[in-house]
Design a protein around this ligand. Sequence first.
Ligand SMILES: C[S@@+](CC[C@H](N)C(=O)[O-])C[C@H]1O[C@@H](n2cnc3c(N)ncnc32)[C@H](O)[C@@H]1O
Length: 199
Amino acid sequence: LTVGPPPTPIPNPQVVATDFLEVNREELQRWVRGEPGAFDWSPFIQHVCKIEGRGEPWQEKERRLRGRLRRILPIDVHCADPLGAPLRPPADALLSTFCLEAVSPDRAAFGRALLNVGSMLRPGGHALLLGALGESFYLAGAARLPVVPLDEDDVRGALSDAGFTIRDFRSYAMPPALRTAVDDVQGVFFVHAQKPLEG
Ligand SMILES: C[S@@+](CC[C@H](N)C(=O)[O-])C[C@H]1O[C@@H](n2cnc3c(N)ncnc32)[C@H](O)[C@@H]1O
């Protein structure tokens, strides 16, 4: 789960990155510090520069992102206060990818997790969520990890129950070429949702 800057520019935006596992947080920390042997995110940053098409040198984007990533915090999306204490200031925007459904035993838990992470957003804040549709497991090395299989209506219902307004909802069915043995994902959803300005 990553909490970050909003779609419209704000002065001096900061990015707060979070993960449940210390090993994952340490890996990210190594990248921020530029340590040798850290995971190399540069192909992804180069790709983003390419699709943004602004001619920004990728090294500049990487440098800026490193500078903005000030906090890497432990999180548990199953807690009402996922960070252990309210995020101060609350986030303008929140990005979560393939997390909530992968760590929830059932749809009710997915809905509660969405409500919990939504509490880190300011009123009017934006959530960008990507996740798996119809997935029941994925393999991480030798481990077979369960996933709650969701359909589009499950995601829409959970967003509405958590008080979000859906601004954009897209999904695609996994093309056969991308179906591999590491999971049984049927599709992917992309959501832009917003918390109401009041309440
Ligand atoms: C399927 S991975 C997705 C990772 C990454 N966001 C991505 O898109 O590839 C699920 C992530 O959820 C994290 N996780 C596990 N339990 C969690 C919990 N209770 N609260 C928050 N994150 C959790 C794992 O450490 C892992 O990084």
